[in-house]
Ligand binder design. Structure first.
Ligand SMILES: Nc1ncnc2c1ncn2[C@@H]1O[C@H](COP(=O)(O)OS(=O)(=O)O)[C@@H](OP(=O)(O)O)[C@H]1O
Length: 219
């Protein structure tokens, strides 16, 4: 409760604490102990390990209360987020589609990420999520009249992506490209060879298929 931002001065935290103190006063056998913030965090995340990776949201996403947007930091524009997500899957021509689109004046995309080649992969990378929303937004140019696109082909099959994307970018458009699965899987095999995957280097494509190694080529 205490780490929730008290959006729009709604007194919720204050009421909560008053009720809590009243409750404790009525039960004197309850032993009160002091724990520092770090100790509390430790207890909390041991109890709720699923909360370690934050689920990012933007106050401006709230349609219920426009005051949330009004009190949000002016340093970060809510519009500095993509409206279109090219989520892959990998080896379907997503790089080509992105380059076609950003050649048009209506679109722009994220800055190149030196750590992950050309993709941000924010939603499919738990440590990426820990960088935070400020980091994610800083990967995009400041809002202009262009429509922002992010392409991360790893979003397609990551189990947390739908929830993470829906929470942060509920109004975004998701683009999925389909390709003949056999051609795609061969392209993926070649991709893994280039990236020096040991199986892909030591076995032929046919061997990989016959020995059911394909799932070992995926990350
Ligand atoms: N216009 C168009 N139409 C159809 N296919 C195309 C097109 N442009 C690129 N490609 C082929 O797409 C493959 C690369 O896909 P991705 O860019 O999505 O790869 S990645 O996941 O981002 O690494 C890669 O496939 P392979 O050549 O079979 O490996 C590209 O040749």
């Amino acid at each position: 409760m205490t780490h929730f931002s008290n959006f729009a001065g709604d007194n919720l935290a204050q009421i909560m604490f008053e009720e809590l103190i009243t409750f404790v006063q009525r039960w004197p056998q309850i032993k009160l102990v002091y724990r520092s913030q770090l100790q509390l965090a430790d207890i909390y995340f041991k109890t709720f390990p699923g909360d370690i990776i934050p689920l990012w949201n933007l106050p401006c996403n709230s349609l219920l209360n426009s005051r949330h947007a009004d009190i949000y930091s002016g340093d970060i524009a809510c519009q500095r987020t993509p409206r279109i997500l090219l989520v892959g899957p990998q080896k379907t021509g997503s790089t080509a589609l992105l380059s076609f689109l950003v050649n048009l004046p209506e679109f722009s995309t994220s800055y190149k990420d030196p750590d992950s080649f050309e993709e941000i992969q924010f939603f499919s990378n738990s440590s990426g999520c820990l960088f935070g929303i400020d980091w994610y937004q800083s990967r995009f140019p400041l809002p202009t009249n262009t429509i922002l696109i992010e392409k991360s082909a790893t979003y397609f099959d990551h189990k947390m992506c739908p929830q993470r994307i829906h929470t942060l970018l509920p109004n975004s458009h998701i683009v999925i490209i389909l390709r003949d699965p056999v051609e795609r899987v061969y392209s993926w095999f070649q991709h893994q060879r280039v990236h020096r995957n040991i199986l892909a280097q030591n076995y032929s494509f046919i061997d990989i298929l016959q020995n059911n190694f394909m799932n070992k080529l995926t990350r």
